[in-house]
Design a binder for this molecule. Sequence first.
Ligand code: FAD
Length: 449
Amino acid sequence: MGYDPLTAASPGAGLAHMPSYWTATAGALPHDDGPAPRQLETEVAIIGGGYTGLSCAHQLASAHGIKPVVLEANRAGWGCSGRNGGFARMALGRLSAEQMIAAWGKAAATNAFDIMRASLDHVRSLIADGRIDCDASETGHLKIAHRPSRAAELKREADVLRREFDYPAEFIEADELRATHIGGTQSHGAVRIPDALAVHPLKLASGVLRMARAAGALVHTASPVTAWEKRGAEHVLTTPHGTVRAKKVVIATNGYTPQHLHPAVRATLLPVLSHIIVTRPLTPEEIRAAHFLTRHVLTDSRKLLYYWRRLPDDRILFGGRGLITDSPERNAQQREFLLSELKNKYPGLERVTVDYDWHGWVCLTCDFLPRVHHAQDDMSVHYALGYQGSGVSLSLFAGKLLAQGIAGHPVEHALPALHAPLARYPLHRLVRIPQRLMYLWYRHLDNSD
Ligand SMILES: Cc1cc2nc3c(=O)[nH]c(=O)nc-3n(C[C@H](O)[C@H](O)[C@H](O)COP(=O)(O)OP(=O)(O)OC[C@H]3O[C@@H](n4cnc5c(N)ncnc54)[C@H](O)[C@@H]3O)c2cc1C
């Protein structure tokens, strides 16, 4: 069985990256500062060396003159940040624009939309400033109606984005979609969001690691925090080799957060598996048969959505959720299931095979919204997490917001729903039961009109 954050005490210590298409194509990974030493004192310790933790470290060191220490259990980018689909999209939780306006009113929804745009701009400037070579390309995002009945909903989404936020989203009718972007049996129109980047996620994580260290942060790997005590005003974090004393601590562990880590996050998160397959390169005939012309990053209108894209070397990356437990047998089944779902979409890919597959834990919260906040009873404990599986751009931006808060500066784009305490799941220990029911219900909805 793989690591399950609901039951295991730690994600490991010094584990290698899970083999994936990304590890196979990342080249040599950059240096880090090795395991944390016996004794270390710092103003800010950051637990977790993914996009959130590395970005926060980079911002603290480069913009606020604070040299933090990152403690990562395994390697930088070992969690979601080195193994995601590489879709840097405008995303903030699971609410649609219409739902945000209904829940929070126009002003706060506009603020949320501004955060999504600012997140993507932040990714663009990080890549430019750090000259991060992560195969980034401005692709745009197509959200495709997987059944004819879903087209109206997507058309409305495009209308709301244009009308309420003056954002140039457009709805592409089914005929045009098939003629100019993509064929297959499940292309019934799409909303086009012009802003989205495709990136190599592990190269991006490596780039932010380099930037954080160049600015003066220490990034200690193979350093899981196994115990955490507060002594007076000081936090004492235990790692396998010693202790780290810090005035402030940031929790940047997202879907990999062990339950015991800190009371502020206990029973508040639902880690959920997401699985990716990458096919062998398609032949020109297969590309023609599927009419797979587009380089947009693609998602569909399912509740249990699929995400996919044509990679620069003409392989298809195809991902989705559905598994509850991380076991070798289940993972093998999920690989076959995803391949069959890809072929259902594009019968022209009947002969295609899979070269790589892997999986990771994304992080849900009770209300499907991320958080950038602090512990209710301790302003020296900060956290940013709960990106609901769409955190490439938001987690990097959350690192910036965290750093502003820690340095005592006004936080850009304050959004009450984001800067609010995490709610606890009732009966959290049994949370896999409602998750199973939720998946069954979602599958039913996804297969009905
Ligand atoms: C298969 C998959 C596909 C995805 N695709 C996309 C996508 O295309 N687009 C998108 O926007 N989002 C995607 N996501 C989500 C996105 O990758 C995450 O939201 C984002 O990477 C979160 O970054 P993070 O730094 O907060 O967490 P992570 O990158 O998960 O980092 C958390 C780190 O904390 C460490 N850790 C945990 N406990 C401890 C401890 N006790 N001590 C020390 N370290 C600890 C872990 O080892 C881990 O490295 C995907 C996720 C998965 C799993």
